[in-house]
Design a protein around this ligand. Structure first.
Ligand code: DGT
Ligand code: CA
Ligand code: CA
Length: 574
């Protein structure tokens, strides 16, 4: 989705104009479009292709042209020119949420601060508090802003890191010197964001591996290069560590470097109680010093009389205790997914036809999909009126007669309006196979109001699934202030299925809430919310989240065969 990227550019434009003390109305227009884009639930590219830019509130001809330019060329001439009119470091200062344009200008003019490093230094030397309008509190705030900025820059979305890392592993595994190779660290645990990428290799020729790794075309900067360990930064800003270990230690190293740290600490304590020592080289008897495991990762757990613990569970959230009691969950696997229940098409804001989506889904081995376009209130997304929805249902019926061994379900992503009522009559909703309800506005309502609003929608017996339940966009937008205990309780009472939205920036519900939901007997659906054929690919990210949330096949409704799924959707316990 280019929405966030574009909104950042317009935000920057507004800020630069502010530094330059330009026309306030012009600045206001850019601020407005920033906000609109940030909250736009639909892909701006889709809207553009459907000729709908002018229907977006706050988009006049000038801004529409700029959006078009950015979408077609990947650049914005006006912005590039504007940036040249002030030192680039001063604009960088604006990336810190606590530094506004006025402050940036002040810092630059009074103290010569023109980058973040200098800013941090100035704060720490308490040179800021005495500037006009500033104080000790400003220094604390700016310092916190710098921390946040650094953290945001340091972590990558799983969905972005994974393909890049896979490409890197692919390159390295093709070397004839590479024997075994695996990810470790947070990437192997499939955490939603990744700090750095850890790769382990066994080889007879570590030097050759190091040389090849540090000279791969993806490398921008070499941070460290040693005989068995190197670190680099890629052109996409990813930080990658590669270690070559002895074959006899590969399992122990994999276990150690997969982490998490908390899991490993717990495991080491357990080992010590049994007179054993675990480290990245193996498992050893403390007294004799004898090695009893290390080549295979399973052996490390076996040495402690534990079954293998899947990497996704290794967070010290009770997995070691569960393993001791032989109560580890049988985690859901991608191959168990039989269909995708949240898809958009050209009928609203998607890029492909129903037939194209169905054929792509069939190719993935699915048995069914649900078409769930937007409802009428969402005009900018080309939301369907009741009439259009009926026409769509007819088209789906016809397609189903043609398709063999595959079924398209008729559904809708019905908008939950600001008072919790739904965008269609019960009469209309009752004709559909799948009803997904979701919020697309009023994200900032206070907790009590937004909780009641969502609950009201879940209590409608025709609502099957609640989509992207918390609304967060990782690194960009916080969750709604919804009371999660309450939401999960009502989902359990009403039989409402909660979505795990597999879109990389969403992953919503997250792992922790998934587990909370499961513990209360709530079922979930893993859905891509795809707006194009490519979007179907993110299903595996949703499965990763579900696995981190301890979910099993029985917890996920889209593992059911079609007839059972239809029964489940009808009953809904309501
Ligand atoms: P990240 O990179 O921040 O997303 O998270 P991780 O978990 O990949 O952390 P990283 O890259 O610093 O280290 C990889 C693994 O190595 C970590 O999960 C556990 C292990 N490890 C690193 N340092 C220590 C340590 O001081 N003690 C123990 N027990 N394990 C460590
Ligand atoms: Ca890491
Ligand atoms: Ca690391």
């Amino acid at each position: 989705m280019k929405n966030i990227e574009l909104s950042r550019i317009f935000e920057q434009i507004a800020k630069i104009l502010k530094i330059k003390e330009e026309n306030p109305f012009k600045i206001r227009a850019y601020e407005k479009i920033t906000l609109v884009l940030e909250n736009l639930p639909i892909d701006i590219e889709t809207i553009y292709h459907q000729g709908g830019l002018n229907n977006i509130p706050g988009v006049g001809t000038g801004i529409a042209k700029k959006i078009e330019e950015f979408l077609t060329t990947g650049k914005l001439e006006y912005y590039e020119k504007l940036k040249e009119t002030i030192p680039s470091g001063v604009i960088e200062l604006l990336d810190i949420s606590e530094v506004g344009p006025k402050t940036a200008k002040l810092l630059y003019e009074e103290l010569g601060v023109d980058n973040i490093e200098k800013l941090e230094k100035a704060v720490k030397e308490h040179r800021i508090k005495d500037l006009p309008g500033m104080g000790e509190k400003s220094e604390t705030n700016i310092l916190r802003g710098i921390e946040l900025y650094k953290r945001r820059k340091e972590r990558f979305l799983l969905g972005r890191a994974l393909p890049l890392a896979e490409e890197m592993v692919e390159s390295l595994s093709q070397l004839k010197e590479t024997d075994k190779i695996s990810f470790a660290g947070s990437l192997r645990r499939k955490k939603e964001t990744i700090g750095d990428i850890d790769i382990l290799i066994t080889s007879q020729n570590p030097e050759k591996i190091m040389r090849t790794f540090t000279s791969l075309p993806q490398v921008r900067e070499i941070l460290a290069e040693g005989p068995t360990k190197s670190s680099i930064i890629t052109k996409d800003d990813l930080h990658i560590d590669v270690r070559v270990v002895e074959p006899i230690s590969f399992g122990a190293a994999l276990q150690y470097f997969t982490g998490s740290k908390a899991h490993n600490i717990k495991l080491r304590e357990l080992a010590l109680k049994r007179g054993l020592k675990i480290n990245e080289y193996g498992v050893f008897e403390v007294e004799s010093g004898n090695r009893i495991a290390g080549e295979k990762e399973e052996e490390v757990y076996q040495a402690l009389n534990l079954p293998f613990i899947p990497p996704e569970l290794r967070e010290d959230r009770g997995e070691i205790e569960a393993a001791q009691e032989k109560k580890l969950p049988q985690l859901i696997e991608y191959s168990q997914i039989r269909g995708d229940l949240h898809l958009h098409t050209k009928w609203s804001d998607g890029a492909h036809t129903i037939r194209q989506m169905a054929e792509a889904a069939k190719k993935r081995g699915y048995k069914y999909i649900a078409i769930t376009d937007h409802s009428q209130s969402l005009k900018i997304a080309g939301g369907l009126t009741e009439k259009r929805l009926r026409e769509q249902m007819e088209e789906i019926q016809k397609l189903n007669q043609e398709l063999k061994d595959f079924t398209i379900l008729s559904g809708i992503e019905v908008d939950i309006k600001s008072d919790g009522s739904l965008d269609f009559s019960d009469e209309m909703l009752s004709k559909l196979d799948v009803v997904i309800a979701a919020i697309h506005s009023g994200f900032k309502q206070e907790s009590k109001i937004i909780t009641e609003r969502i609950i009201k929608a879940m209590q409608n017996r025709l609502v099957n699934i609640l989509a992207h339940p918390t609304g967060r966009l990782i690194g960009f937008r916080e969750s709604y202030q919804v009371d999660m205990n309450e939401m999960i309780k009502v989902a359990a009472e009403t039989g409402t299925i909660l979505e795990i939205n597999a879109y990389p920036e969403r992953l919503d519900l997250n792992d922790v809430y998934c587990r909370m939901a499961k513990d209360k007997g709530v079922q979930l659906a893993i859905e891509t919310d795809a707006h194009s054929i490519d979007g179907l690919e993110f299903m595996n990210l949703g499965v990763d989240v579900a696995r981190r949330g301890w979910l099993e096949e029985k917890d996920i409704v889209n593992t059911l065969p079609l007839n059972e799924l239809l029964k489940r959707l009808k009953i809904n316990n309501k």
